[in-house]
Design a protein around this ligand. Structure first.
Ligand code: TXA
Ligand code: MG
Length: 344
């Protein structure tokens, strides 16, 4: 077999899309893995009803066996087949936000193998808003178990090239749907507890969920656990680039100098990622100014971090996002990507 990487199939004309979907379905029916785009990040997909196929996901990602995998569907009816009960809360939220970046944790149905749920009795389900995975699920006729297509605890992939670079040698097929339009992972909401609880923040914010449910939902924040982890994706160090990442909480040259000195960093080998051009003469290896709009920022953040890794930056300094609630998912990912490095 060619060891140079996986086959990457484009999907940008109807003919190419049809070919790519056909090939993916052949692989998935045979119990093989295929990397597919979703609106959030690329997923590493397997037939969710085939425990041997799902076991391959854990192997390829080096994923801890205690970390359950999200099941992707292409209709509300298909989601209902994956769960033991479909409460009114699920119905309200699915009708408001699906297809879209919201994962609902519910009691699992018998047909979902235990390996998908890491032995637990709940399953995370979501209907992604992307034509490629939607077409693949519809053509397969079965749901797809798909975690983010990256080595466990590392950065998620938002392009087919990210998947190829980081997992390509272990995969046979990647469908290229272009850059993911959302760019960070879905909101994960546990509906099996009362009140419902956000296990992982995302761009569908808790206030939007509360508005639909007509009641306030609880949140679990990285590093602020008051009970045993319900979602191992809450593990503190996660979503991390290879370079050390520091969150810069300041707005002037002096606070940047302090950060560099405190961690013994040479500016020339550091990359700075900011959403406001910094008032500084310091010569960084590179400075990237990302958009100030939260959705536009989320869309490019992981690509910027991948770029720092590819350029072999020794450290990445990211300006702290605004403190407003709409930025909470970005703040969460940066906190976990920098875990162990301390903040400044
Ligand atoms: O946007 C996304 O959610 C992407 C795309 C590919 O859909 N998927 C993704 O999967 O980020 P993964 O495996 O990297 O993260 C799934 C998160 C983890 O934090 C996991 O612990 C949590 O969802 N999760 C999955 N099933 C769960 C369950 N039954 N109970 C609690 N948490 C669950
Ligand atoms: Mg992940």
């Amino acid at each position: 077999m060619d060891k140079s990487g996986a086959k990457v199939m484009p999907t940008d004309t109807p003919e190419l899309m049809a070919q790519a979907v056909r090939e993916a379905v052949t692989f998935l029916r045979a119990g093989e893995l295929v990397a597919v785009p979703t609106e959030t990040v690329y997923g590493l997909a397997a037939n969710a009803l085939d425990q041997r196929a799902v076991a391959r996901i854990f192997e390829v990602k080096n994923r801890p066996p205690r970390n359950p995998i999200i099941v992707h569907v292409a209709s509300i009816r298909m989601a209902q087949e994956c769960v033991a009960a479909w409460p009114r809360t699920a119905d309200l939220l699915a009708k408001a936000f699906w297809p879209g970046p919201l994962t609902l944790v519910l009691q699992k149905a018998k047909c979902i193998p235990e390996i998908v749920t890491a032995g637990g009795d709940t399953v995370g389900v979501r209907w992604p808003d992307h034509p490629v995975i939607d077409a693949v699920i519809n053509a397969c006729g079965f749901p797809l178990a798909a975690p983010s297509a990256n080595v466990s605890s590392q950065l998620s992939a938002t392009t087919a090239q990210h998947v190829q670079r980081n997992l390509g040698e272990k995969l046979q097929l990647i469908l290229d749907g272009g850059p993911c339009p959302i760019g960070i992972e879905s909101t994960v909401l546990d509906l099996t507890c009362d009140p419902p609880r956000v296990l992982r923040p995302g761009l569908i914010h808790e206030s939007a969920i509360s508005a639909v449910l007509g009641r306030t939902v609880a949140t679990a924040q990285a590093g602020k656990h008051d009970e045993p982890l319900r979602s191992p994706g809450q593990m503190l160090r996660h979503y991390a680039p290879r370079a050390r990442l520091f969150v810069w909480r300041g707005d002037d040259e002096k606070t940047l100098q302090i950060l560099l000195a405190k961690h013994n960093l040479a500016a020339v080998s550091c990359h700075l990622i900011t959403h406001v051009r910094p008032p500084t003469q310091i010569k960084f290896g590179n400075v990237m100014v990302l958009p100030r709009d939260v959705r536009a920022y989320a869309r490019v953040l992981y690509a910027a971090l991948h770029e720092c890794d590819e350029a072999c930056a020794s450290a990445i300094i990211v300006r702290a996002p605004p403190e407003s609630p709409e930025w909470s998912a970005i703040a969460d990912r940066l906190a976990r990507a920098s875990a162990g490095e301390g903040h400044s």
